[in-house]
Design a protein around this ligand. Structure first.
Ligand code: HPA
Ligand code: ZN
Length: 327
């Protein structure tokens, strides 16, 4: 069929990817050698063998260990540049990158080192690859709200280098309500607001993210499928869901792609988008997600492809003038 080529070549936005989750094992080993960081794995293959996850936490433990090789501004630049080269090949015209400053500041890396390296890669991606990139600062929800406040204040000298804030890491037991005050502060600063909700957490966490944090998009949100009332609300309000199909399979959120709730979410009128989450860990980049999904869903065709990719462009935080050129 013509569909794989259409999916691969069509312009698209990626709205849910963690830049630390784009660190391929080869780059982890190269940066470890460059920085003299010891790794608890003997080889690239041994590290890749450890990528057998049973839930979100079993992934996060390895993901934070991988990020320990990032020390200098150039490391953050090299990581993001490698992602942008892959994104350009996937015909991503706009990418909003999550980053986790607390993972780095806790190891003594200044927040300015993190932001400057990532921001320089965004500028070069725009100039040399024609990919517009933007940064979203994520708070780690397993840490305190006080720690999130301190992180936001530390980032303010680089306010012009990021467009929004998000919420990630261990969802269960860390509801959005825990971060209500820091999100209110971010809103005052004119930042865009998003949060992971309804990946492992219940539908009530999606409602909290909307009602207590005031987010404009929900990251994952797949457990909305358990509440008819919430599904109706998300459809009516056209709240985008940034869904990550291969991630959901690898973290056992869904059993396999053929059982994914995406067809019901799309049919119910929700503004769903397809994203890679942590492409180095979950089996591929955005086009790999699209191809695997359409392969697993034989009833989906060009209509669904067009809708999903148009949703990604429309749900982006790119200025209206830029979005008008896409859709
Ligand atoms: N969920 C929560 N936190 C994360 C994820 C995720 O899928 N990826 C990286 N941090
Ligand atoms: Zn995520």
């Amino acid at each position: 069929s013509a569909l794989p080529g259409l999916l691969a070549r069509a312009p698209k936005a990626e709205l849910h990817m963690h830049i630390e989750g784009s660190l391929e094992p080869e780059l982890i080993f190269a940066l470890a050698a460059r920085n003299g960081v010891a790794l608890p794995y003997a080889s690239v293959d041994a590290l890749r063998q450890a990528y057998a996850f049973t839930d979100l936490q079993s992934f996060l433990d390895i993901y934070y260990a991988g990020a320990s090789v990032l020390l200098h501004e150039q490391d953050f630049y090299d990581m993001a540049w490698a992602y942008f080269e892959k994104a350009a090949r996937d015909r991503v015209v706009h990418a909003e990158l999550f980053f986790d400053p607390q993972t780095h500041t806790a190891r003594g890396v200044p927040i300015g080192t993190v932001i400057q390296g990532l921001s320089r890669a965004c500028a070069d991606a725009n100039d040399r690859l024609g990919v517009s990139g933007a940064l979203i600062l994520c708070f780690l929800r397993h840490l305190s709200e006080e720690d999130a406040f301190a992180t936001l204040e530390q980032a303010l000298p680089w306010r012009a280098h990021f467009i929004g804030v998000g919420l990630d890491s261990s969802e269960r037991g860390h509801p959005p309500s825990k971060f209500q005050r820091v999100f209110a502060r971010a809103a005052e600063l004119g930042l865009q607001l998003v949060a992971h909700a309804g990946e492992e957490g219940p539908p009530a966490y999606i409602e909290e993210a909307l009602d207590l944090l005031g987010v404009e998009r929900i990251d994952h949100g797949v457990r909305a499928i358990e509440s008819q009332a919430l599904m109706a609300r998300l459809a009516k309000e056209r709240v985008p869901l940034t869904v990550c199909p291969l991630s959901n399979v690898k973290l056992c959120v869904v059993h396999d792609l053929a059982d994914h709730p995406l067809p019901q979410l799309l049919a119910a009128g929700l503004a769903v988008t397809i994203n890679s989450d942590d492409p180095a860990y979950f089996g591929g980049y955005v086009n790999d997600n699209l191809l695997a999904l359409f392969d697993a869903l034989p009833r989906w065709g060009a209509r669904e492809a067009y809708q999903l990719l148009r949703n990604s462009l429309e749900a982006s935080f790119a200025p209206q003038s830029q979005r008008a050129a896409w859709v």
